[in-house]
Design a protein around this ligand. Structure first.
Ligand code: NAP
Length: 286
């Protein structure tokens, strides 16, 4: 397959390019090469390239910024998805778009499956949900993939070149003590694992909505504790509550995703979050 990766220099895009290149022809696209919010840009790039598949990792996903710039967030996450979907239908490429665990409000307190009702709580989450719906309604060859708490060796561009692991390592180096919330629970997942699972999906014709996270669940505090222990960071680490960090953004207290549709296809090969995290830290921080 000829696979175009949008956001190729981003956190997830970097791993997608590397993983796909082992088996397929990859065309990496940065923001300088394509503007997904502009349908003419999308048409021009893909009419010339004729890809078999397009994997979009681009998004407006600096969550507080989405609250203050809702029009930008909707243009990229909503209209951008619609553009990729419509051009997919014209040109016939398979389309992967990533979405988020934040489409849920967290009240279920049990892992969410793909058929659970959503209740997005923030501008970011609403615009990502709009993107999901536009793709599923305007495109036939789609894989909409919800991920959660992602981290990779190239940190997130939209989040000022950080991710949770980078933030914890920096905080441990620069602060006398570190406090992390213990009342938000999720399943963090490294981008390398998402790239591998995306590839196995792309090699099927199973067009659908997917949850794609590691196994198990953890609070941000317990996640931080594993980072501190694995990297022997000795700065005192304390658990805190979301209430200690007032924010303009509402986030779900519980957003664990069950990879139900991947399991149904026999394609769920994602490891437990702790195993994946320790492997990531050993590979990238030692
Ligand atoms: N971070 C999380 O924990 C998390 C959780 C759930 C879901 N997700 C989703 O995961 C996906 C990937 O996140 P990531 O951390 O890999 O992102 P990232 O590092 O910020 O990379 C995004 C890439 O897309 C490019 N881009 C942004 N806007 C664009 C546009 N309008 N047109 C074309 N390219 C554009 C960026 O280029 P520039 O930087 O040059 O603009 C960058 O190369 C996103 O869909 C996000 O919503 C993330």
């Amino acid at each position: 397959m000829k696979i175009a990766v949008i956001g190729a220099n981003g956190q997830l895009g970097t791993d997608c390019c590397e993983v796909f290149a082992g088996k397929h022809e990859v065309v990496p696209l940065t923001h300088a090469d394509i503007e997904i919010a502009d349908v003419d840009s999308v048409k021009k790039v893909f009419e010339a390239m004729k890809p078999d598949a397009v994997v979009c990792t681009a998004a407006a996903h600096n969550v507080p910024k989405c609250e203050s710039e809702p029009d930008v967030a909707f243009r990229i996450n909503g209209i951008g998805s619609l553009n990729l979907a419509k051009v997919s239908n014209d040109l016939g490429y398979k389309l992967v778009q990533y979405s988020t665990d934040y489409v849920f409000d967290g009240k279920k307190m049990k892992p969410y499956v793909e058929t659970d009702a959503v209740f997005p709580q923030s501008v970011y989450a609403v615009t990502k949900y709009a993107g999901e719906q536009l793709i599923m309604n305007y495109c036939t060859k789609f894989y909409v993939v919800r991920v959660s708490g992602i981290y990779g060796k190239v940190p997130s561009r939209a989040k000022n070149h950080t991710n949770f692991v980078v933030n914890m390592v920096n905080a441990a180096k620069s602060k006398p003590e570190v406090r992390v919330v213990n009342d938000e629970v999720l399943t963090p997942t490294p981008t390398y694992e998402i790239a591998k699972s995306t590839l196995s999906l792309l090699e099927t014709e199973a067009y659908d909505l997917y949850h794609m996270t590691c196994e198990g669940e953890v609070s941000w505090y317990e996640f931080a504790k594993t980072i501190f222990e694995t990297l022997n960071l000795t700065t005192p680490l304390y658990s805190a509550s979301v209430k200690d960090f007032p924010s303009v953004v509402k986030r779900p207290f519980y957003s664990v995703l069950e990879n139900y549709n991947l399991k149904k296809l026999g394609l769920n090969s994602l490891p437990h979050w702790k195993e994946a995290l320790v492997a990531f830290l050993k590979e990238n921080y030692r």
